[in-house]
Design a protein around this ligand. Structure first.
Ligand SMILES: CC(C)(COP(=O)(O)OP(=O)(O)OC[C@H]1O[C@@H](n2cnc3c(N)ncnc32)[C@H](O)[C@@H]1OP(=O)(O)O)[C@@H](O)C(=O)NCCC(=O)NCCS
Length: 337
């Protein structure tokens, strides 16, 4: 039998605590005007001290499983995308699996940062099409707030990121008439490690001398994200546009056929530029960065859930996604919801 992958459930969760740009003005030398003009961000959600990444992921996962009309026991694999794990190892997927009380099912953690969800979607699609799995829980979840330099020194990065989680259930369905069925139609994955240090967290890591982490590295701030924002911006617009076109070709559709674009949310200006480059009407791009900042791997499923709740994303629509992030990595996907 041939199988198609259908997104059957979507869920998301953000911590209750919000920080507006005005709140950040009190912590670091920044302004609401600078942040809004440069990025579009108005506020972000940041967890309370006792909350971990897998706590957010659990809430989003339970909602996605219920939304799919399934029970926890129906899930036969977890794919977890994050750059802000509960601990160095094991992967946060294992902590989530324990919290879901789903012993023995396969767990796969992936490290593709802002592109993590689309890499995960591609992997889930392949497992489903192979016939080996029936219902895969794919989660993107981040707790950035505990790893940001919130002093004036870190303002160029700290203002950009927020916490949150999004999850989908990707289920196996029999493939009949491919053209009109809800299914993941294509995914395109790319990376260029030559740019790995343009957006990264150097420590802890074995890429230094003797220690994975020591006091000197902490004093230098090597455990905080470091970014060359201008380089990221230029590559993001180019690569997102390229891989969207590529995905359309592969899916046998045009950009005009796409009903809704769910882009990664790193910067409103990046998304406007991509839309402009491809003559995509702004109203077809669903942006959420205003409310959440950049939530990295959580962004696309979080946006998907918001779009469904807002009545913007409806069953049967043709959806295109594109993301760009650290690595550099970039990816696109086209699916019929
Ligand atoms: C980060 C980004 C918004 C910065 O915008 P920019 O126009 O490139 O700004 P610059 O970095 O050139 O900084 C301009 C000025 O603002 C200052 N600045 C930086 N962060 C600031 C902040 N939070 N508040 C106020 N001023 C700030 C800089 O110090 C600089 O001052 P100077 O001109 O006196 O030197 C933009 O480069 C960007 O969005 N890049 C992509 C980032 C991204 O997508 N990251 C995630 C990838 S998935």
């Amino acid at each position: 039998m041939k199988y198609r992958s259908e997104i059957t459930g979507v869920g998301s969760f953000v911590p209750a605590q919000t920080f507006t740009n005005f709140d950040l003005e009190k912590m670091m030398d920044t302004s609401d005007e600078w942040i809004q003009q440069r990025t579009g961000i108005v506020q972000r959600h940041w967890v309370e001290d006792h909350v971990s990444n897998s706590d957010l992921a659990l809430e989003a996962s339970l909602k996605a499983i219920a939304n799919a009309g399934l029970e926890k026991k129906d899930i036969d694999m977890i794919i977890f995308a994050t750059l802000s794990p509960d601990h160095e190892f094991p992967g946060t997927g294992c902590f989530l699996q324990a919290k879901l009380d789903l012993p023995e099912i396969a767990v796969l953690d992936i490290r593709q940062q802002c592109t993590g969800f689309l890499y995960g979607l591609s992997i889930a699609d392949k497992f489903i099409q192979s016939g080996s799995h029936k219902n895969i829980l794919l989660v993107g979840s981040e707790v950035h707030s505990k790893g940001l330099d919130k002093t004036p020194h870190g303002r160029n990065v700290a203002v950009l990121f927020g916490d949150g989680a999004g999850a989908v259930v990707v289920s196996a369905r029999e493939l009949k008439d491919a053209s009109h069925e809800s299914r993941i139609i294509t995914t395109k994955l790319h990376a260029d490690g030559a740019y790995a240090k343009e957006l990264w967290i150097p420590a802890p890591g074995t890429g230094f001398g003797k220690d994975r982490i020591n006091h000197e590295m902490v004093e230098q701030g090597a455990h905080y994200p470091q970014m060359n924002g201008k380089t990221v911006f230029v590559h993001a617009t180019k690569r997102m546009a390229e891989c969207l076109i590529d995905a359309c070709k592969d899916a046998g559709v045009t950009l005009n056929d796409v009903d809704l674009f769910l882009f990664h949310q790193a910067n409103l200006r990046i998304n406007s530029k991509v839309a402009e480059m491809l003559s995509i009407p702004e109203e077809k791009v669903f942006n959420t960065i205003q409310n959440y900042g950049n939530t990295t791997a959580a962004t696309i499923p979080l946006g998907m859930d918001d779009a469904i709740k807002a009545g913007v994303l409806k069953k049967g629509m043709l959806v295109a996604s594109a993301a760009f992030g650290s690595g550099f990595t970039w990816a696109s996907a086209i699916w019929r919801y």
